[in-house]
Write a protein that binds this ligand. Structure first.
Ligand code: URP
Ligand code: ZN
Ligand code: ZN
Ligand code: ZN
Length: 480
């Protein structure tokens, strides 16, 4: 047996199933041994640290164009640097199809933006905004076979929304090709109706974004998406679930044996609609505009219960960064946004703070176990999105994607310390206990103590079929 390149010595190895003290040995970028008293060319002392499978953030927006020309605050370089500093080794951004554009051209576009610039491994989900006969009949099946095995569809946003017939058409192709569909479930017409009404009443501050994107509209669309998936017999993922009402629809479906998976995000446990008020119903509130919006403390409690009981499989950031100040006439605080919340770009940053927030609010405060933390942030995303067992676990043969985590280090989240391209964090001042001190991608450091390495060593990952297709029923094992 050839010598190990690297040994991570004396840490507590944590997987979705267990934790135990062991050395982890790395050779050729992979985990080659897990055991006692391993020796290698290089040693990292992990005494007192947790050794976690690298974070996999399965919902990230980088370098996406917007309909009004607003430029996203992160490209693939800055976004993945920020991800690495936050303890992630893989991120799954979107390749967004502009209507009229061929899907293949879209994917090539995103490869040009990403290739050679990424600090974590990456793989694209496709956003289908124009399911033409050419896209459904030829491009999509070919792309799934090339390893683009998941796509997102939208039930709202003028430039992305699909009607019910189009949703069903996409679902049918997904079933045939065994691709996993992620659904943005918010009812477009209800949101438009509420927006018009609020604007007519002069209620145009960012706060009213939260009322226009009512939880009832999310609940209705969640049920509609589930029903369509049931008609086609397709597993789906409801992404960025914000609160109790859509959760009840997901639980209703699960109780009937439907293959509905669910994702939630930091904003739904760490923010509420009150944050959208800003200082005094002013434009500071725009810093919290995302869709679905943060809800109330009752929904936060429901989300925690869902993170514990397995209603949620995934905890992703939905990192979608827009600067608050400019440049020029864009950004969250732009002149047009001041006329109505309708024009505030939707989305908030969070790829770097996802793991610390869930660890601190969840594990450190005793709301979820370490195993649940790893399942939600690494193992389940790998399994659902066709990356397991290369990614998402600590096992011999897996990529040596490891995050060394100090469970007792207390920090305050500060914009000044973050590596994203955004000019603010919605979590400014939040105290967290538990912090990533070293992120290793295939055995090589990509971040140390919150500072990313200069060299981008990430690669593109073609993906296999989701485990959602492997089993009958709901699929992923429920938490113990
Ligand atoms: O407001 C959000 N979440 N923007 C990002 C796009 C999306 O819908 O995920
Ligand atoms: Zn969405
Ligand atoms: Zn599930
Ligand atoms: Zn998103």
């Amino acid at each position: 047996m050839t010598a190990l390149d690297l040994v991570i010595r004396g840490g507590t190895v944590v997987t979705a199933a267990d934790s135990y003290r062991a050395d982890v040995g790395v050779r050729g970028g992979r985990i080659a041994a897990i055991g006692d008293a391993l020796t290698g060319a290089e040693t990292i002392d992990a005494d007192g640290l947790l050794v976690l499978p690298g974070g996999i953030d399965a919902h990230v927006h980088l370098d996406q164009p917007t309909s009004d020309g607003t430029v996203m605050a992160d490209d693939f370089a800055s976004g993945t640097r920020s991800a690495a500093a936050g303890g992630n080794t893989t991120v799954l951004p979107f390749a967004l199809q502009i209507r009229g554009q061929s899907l293949r051209a879209c994917v090539e576009d995103y490869h040009r933006k990403a290739d050679g610039r990424c600090h974590t491994d990456v793989s694209f989900h496709l956003i289908i905004s124009d399911p033409s006969p050419q896209v459904l009949g030829q491009e999509l099946p070919a792309l799934v076979r090339d390893g683009y095995t998941s796509f997102k569809v939208f039930m709202t946003y003028d430039d992305l929304v699909l009607n019910d017939a189009q949703l069903l058409d996409v679902f049918e192709v997904a079933r045939r090709e065994r691709a996993l569909v992620m659904v943005h479930a918010e009812g477009h017409d209800a949101i438009k109706h509420l927006t018009r009404r609020l604007e007519a009443e002069g209620r145009t501050a960012p706060y009213y974004h939260g009322q226009a994107h009512a939880q009832i509209a999310e609940r209705e669309a969640t049920h509609r998406a589930i029903s369509h998936a049931q008609l086609i017999d397709l597993p789906i993922v409801i992404v960025h679930v914000s609160g109790r009402e859509p959760m009840e629809q997901i639980q209703w479906a699960r109780a009937r044996g439907l293959k509905v998976h669910a994702e939630t995000c930091p904003q739904y446990i760490a923010l509420t609609a009150d944050d959208l008020r800003g200082l005094n119903m002013d434009f500071e509130g725009a810093k919290y505009v995302c869709s679905p919006p943060p809800r109330d403390t009752d929904s936060q409690a429901a989300i925690w219960q869902g993170l514990r009981d397995g209603t949620f499989d995934l905890f992703s950031s939905d990192h979608c960064p827009f600067r608050f100040e400019g440049p020029a006439d864009t950004g969250k605080n732009n002149p047009r946004a001041r006329t109505s919340f309708r024009w505030v770009p939707n989305g908030i940053p969070g790829v770097e703070t996802r793991l610390p927030i869930l660890f601190s609010e969840g594990v450190s405060k005793g709301r979820i176990t370490l195993q649940r933390f790893v399942a939600l942030t690494s193992t389940n995303p790998a399994r659902l999105y066709g990356l397991y067992p290369q990614k998402g676990s600590i096992a011999v043969g897996a990529d040596a994607d490891l995050t060394l985590w100090n469970p007792t280090l207390t920090r305050r989240i500060r914009q000044a310390d973050l590596n994203h391209g955004c000019d603010y964090t919605p979590y400014e001042g939040l105290e967290v206990t538990g912090w990533p001190v070293r992120t290793l991608l295939r055995g090589r450091a990509i971040a140390l103590d919150g500072v990313p390495m200069a060299e981008p060593t990430g690669t593109y990952l073609p993906r296999g079929t989701s485990e959602a297709f492997a089993q009958a029923g709901h699929g992923l094992a429920p938490p113990p």
